[in-house]
Design a binder for this molecule. Structure first.
Ligand code: EPU
Length: 438
């Protein structure tokens, strides 16, 4: 497990991956549950007055942070063997602590359910993060449309709806995943009907919606851009729910497989959720993978050609696989273009890939990638979770040794013991602790 400890006054203990590149990946890997579906479902559990087992919830750092916040709110939360989490009790308060919320933006998604439950919620304003400013204006406008009064007090977003929330029509300027989920959770107990137009269609929105429906919520249109919610007060407790597989983790291993696989089998994949990736791999000329039910069997492709990829809300190509795809395209024959339309600053991995010998230039939200024959190992710094996953892929495929620094802060947020999973498949990767001046 990662440990980021202060060592004396001057140094911080961090961890890095040391990767010896070029080893093939073979064997089987079971994909774990989706972090981005687990987080809002854990948040929604404040509305579930029963004794709940959530299955397929990996103990990644972000899920642990959400569990800690639920505990501060007064609930009992325990991670069990086999990626299960046991949640029981009811929240006693509606104010989430800054120290925990500041670690993870997704904690803002507690606002909707707490507001629905208490008619009041106070959550620290989430700061920007490296991949973009990531405002929460659409969440706030949604709560206001539902009749809440929203103010910012001492860094906290405070929403109040003493007379209760009232259903209404909300048109989102952008199909924000977080805003769709937050508004949906606020609206399920509101008076009357809420319609969310230009809603996000991501599978993680649908999964949350299905969990809420099990609680008795009346929701229609999940997975489409218009969601209809008929508010009702009497929800019923759910005792078991299984979260969908993590499509981004699966996509990360599939991209690794088409570069390095030797009969690699990825299990517990929902192929429907990864169509945009499969289409792009085929467009690049990669045919060395077969999909059967929930399984993808992959061999490395001999070569592939450059293509254009534009990140888009689902079912478009996911921004969360853009850095990993860039590693793949760095080794393509010819040039490629990646246009990042979702986040304004999600090319931070490019500088690090250049250190490994990639040829990439950036113009605004477009990256031009000229394929090179090989990448060469070097120390690289991780800037965010998916950039970290991409740098690990780059290290696996590069010649020589790559050190991926600061993995505990970022990669562990979404991938549990990634080094063990890759080692089991034949990669040469180990976690090493180091000290850095504070
Ligand atoms: N946006 C606004 N105003 C808002 C909300 C969003 O302008 O009120 C903008 C954002 O700044 C961004 C765009 O809309 O430019 C899309 O953001 P969205 O709200 O859809 O993203 P999110 O809910 O904050 C989730 C995932 C991200 C994933 C995005 C896009 C979770 C916990 N996070 O974030 O996952 O990249 O959707 O698919 O579900 C990751 O796992 O590495 C990750 C960053």
């Amino acid at each position: 497990m990662a440990q980021n400890n202060i060592v004396g006054d001057l140094h911080v203990r961090k961890d890095k991956f040391v990767i010896e590149g070029g080893h093939k990946l073979r064997g089987e890997l079971e994909i774990w549950g989706s972090k981005n579906a687990s987080l809002p479902i854990m948040a929604a559990s404040v509305l579930n007055s029963g004794d709940l087992i959530l299955d397929n919830v990996p103990p990644v750092k972000d899920n642990i942070t959400m569990a800690e916040i639920l505990k501060v709110l007064g609930m009992e939360v325990e991670f069990l063997e086999g990626d299960k989490v046991h949640i029981k009790g009811e929240p006693k308060g509606y104010r989430a602590p800054y120290e925990l919320v500041s670690k993870m933006r997704a904690s803002f998604e507690l606002m909707g359910p707490l507001l629905a439950l208490f008619g009041e919620a106070e959550i620290p304003y989430p700061g920007g993060c490296r991949i973009g400013l990531r405002p929460v204006d659409l969440h706030i406008k949604g709560f206001e449309s539902l009749g809440a009064e929203v103010t910012v007090e001492k860094g906290y977003v405070c929403a109040r709806a003493k007379k209760g929330l009232k259903g209404t029509k909300i048109h989102l300027d952008k199909p924000s995943v977080g805003a769709t989920r937050n508004i949906m959770m606020a609206a399920i107990m509101a008076e009357g009907e809420t319609v969310i137009e230009n809603a996000a269609c991501e599978p993680e929105v649908v999964d949350l919606g299905n969990f809420l429906k099990m609680m008795g919520a009346e929701i229609e249109g999940l997975g489409t851009s218009t969601i209809y919610i008929k508010g009702k007060k009497d929800l019923k407790p759910v005792d078991y729910y299984k979260v969908i597989p993590d499509r981004i983790a699966a996509g990360t291993f599939i991209i690794a497989g088409v570069m390095l696989g030797k009969d690699l089998i990825i299990k517990n994949v929902e192929p429907e959720h990864l169509q945009s990736l499969f289409i792009k791999l085929k467009e690049a000329g990669v045919e060395s993978f077969q999909i059967k039910d929930k399984e993808v069997r992959i061999k490395a492709a001999k070569n592939w050609k450059g293509i254009e990829v534009t990140t888009m809300p689902y079912p478009g190509f996911p921004t969360d696989l853009q850095p990993q795809m860039m590693v793949f395209l760095s080794l393509a024959q010819g040039s490629s273009l990646i246009v990042e339309t979702v986040f304004e600053n999600r090319f931070l991995h490019v500088g690090e890939l250049l250190r490994l010998g990639a040829k990439i230039s950036i113009d605004g939200r477009t990256a031009l990638i000229q394929g090179v024959e090989k990448l060469k190992g070097a120390p690289v710094e991780v800037t965010d979770l998916r950039a970290g996953a991409a740098l690990v892929l780059a290290g696996l495929v590069a010649e020589g040794t790559t050190e991926v620094l600061d993995v505990g802060e970022h990669i562990d947020r979404g991938y549990v013991a990634l080094e063990d999973k890759l080692s089991n498949l034949g990669a040469k990767i180990k976690r090493v602790y180091y000290e850095e001046a504070n």
